[in-house]
Design a protein around this ligand. Structure first.
Ligand SMILES: Nc1ncnc2c1ncn2[C@@H]1O[C@H](COP(=O)(O)OP(=O)(O)OP(=O)(O)O)[C@@H](O)[C@H]1O
Length: 402
């Protein structure tokens, strides 16, 4: 699949933009603060409907739009997918509320002119995004890695998006009840309904994570082995907060170095095991007022030659592992959806050494469309530059190089 056309209105620094994109790898070149990242952000928004950049969607609306009037930011993409052209539109709407002076904000998404639920359209356009700051996926806390996994799986599984939403709602309700039981006491059997729902959605999420991590590991391990010139073996170590593989107290646990294989576990097994674990933890959870096990607390660690990259990896090792993951994502999304995702690579050449840059460009050759941004064209292999379109971005104006 690829993006044929992008049109922006009041989106960050672009008051108006209409661009026809080529179906190939192309470069966006420009100094800092000219609008390169904003273009990638707009395309990524059409895939996930969230920004990789902004802490709130409100920031995406042009800050020059007057605050006392309705402001609409529109991002419209024509997508070529399975031989057909579709139009995805995202509208970000900010309205002043004349009664209390506050502003209301809402987001609408449309497919081919028809309003749809956001969850139904996530992943209609598949995109792989690579930003230099993504090394935080490896370096920072587990929430970053859960978010990464969720975004990845959501692109290929609408059911996963639904279960995630339902799980999160159930979790809030259950936590509210736990707090109430702790503060005011009451009938503990009320928890049963939430427990049943939590394990049903939780088991689905865990099974999808087990499958995705297993498949991604196979792909990333192979790529990483090549990228490290056969020096390092990458592992993705899923550490679920409720582990269906753990054994009852007092029995032997798995030896530390054993690779846990959870791929054969059925969702019924996860559901019944997690339900049992919730029962055993009921007293503790009521006392603490929170749910202590389940996918909201899952972890995934990146190991290279058995060493945890988050705790002990060098920056270079982190970048290489991330590059392997991103390249693996391309193949994984292609395998799962049958279509090549659109690649969005923001200023990553400066992050990679010469060999890795070559590896990256080589790995892109099969892709249908990739957009690479750079401030410095000399970072990119001259032969690559001479054989691909180079577009210049300056003060929000994009000039295709003919
Ligand atoms: N909501 C907004 N309204 C108007 N302009 C904005 C908004 N948000 C960001 N900008 C501006 O958009 C400009 C372009 O930013 P962008 O991140 O796209 O640049 P860039 O070309 O990728 O630069 P760099 O190479 O430094 O990453 C910046 O000057 C920024 O201040």
């Amino acid at each position: 699949m690829y993006v044929k056309h992008l049109s922006l209105t009041n989106f960050r620094s672009f008051s108006r933009l209409d661009l026809e994109f080529p179906r190939e790898i192309f470069l966006l070149v420009g100094d800092n603060a000219q609008g390169k990242t904003t273009l990638l952000e707009a395309i990524y928004l059409l895939s996930t409907f969230t920004s990789f950049h902004a802490s709130t969607d409100r920031q995406l609306i042009s800050f020059t739009a007057p605050a006392d009037r309705i402001a609409v930011s529109r991002i419209v993409g024509e997508i070529q997918k399975r031989g057909q052209t579709h139009r995805i539109e995202v509208r970000l709407i900010r309205e002043p509320n004349s009664i209390n002076g506050n502003q209301r904000f809402r987001k609408e998404v449309l497919l081919d002119g028809v309003k749809r639920k956001l969850n139904e359209l996530i992943g209609f356009l598949n995109a792989v995004l690579f930003l230099p700051q993504m090394s935080r996926i490896i370096e920072e806390g587990p929430a970053e890695r859960r978010r990464y996994l969720d975004m990845l799986i959501s692109q290929v599984s609408p059911a996963y998006v639904r279960h995630l939403g339902d799980y999160s709602q159930t979790l809030s309700q259950r936590n509210a009840l736990l707090k109430q039981l702790a503060e005011r006491g009451g009938d503990r059997s009320q928890l049963a309904i939430w427990d049943g729902m939590l394990v049903r959605h939780g088991a689905f999420i865990m099974q999808e994570r087990i499958k995705a991590i297993h498949e991604m590991e196979l792909e990333a391990k192979r790529l990483h082995y090549d990228l490290t010139r056969r020096q390092e073996v990458l592992r993705l170590d899923y550490q679920p907060a409720y582990d269906p593989l753990s054994v009852p107290n007092g029995q032997m646990t798995l030896p530390v170095k054993t690779v846990a294989d959870r791929t054969g576990i059925t969702s019924e097994e996860i559901e019944s095991g997690m339900l049992e674990a919730l029962k055993n933890k009921q007293g503790e959870e009521i006392a603490r007022g929170i749910t202590t096990i389940g996918p909201h607390r899952d972890e995934m660690r990146f190991l290279s030659n058995q060493v945890d990259l988050g705790d002990y990896g060098s920056r270079g090792q982190g970048r290489t592992a991330l590059l392997a993951m991103k390249l693996a994502e391309i193949n994984w999304l292609h395998q799962r959806s049958g279509e090549w995702p659109v690649l969005l690579l923001d200023e990553i050449m400066s992050e990679l050494d010469t060999e890795r840059r070559k590896d990256l460009l080589l790995a892109l050759t099969d892709c249908e469309q990739a957009v690479l941004t750079t401030t410095d064209l000399s970072m990119v292999d001259p032969e690559f530059v001479s054989t691909h379109p180079v577009w210049h971005v300056e003060s929000g104006l994009v000039s295709p190089d003919f």
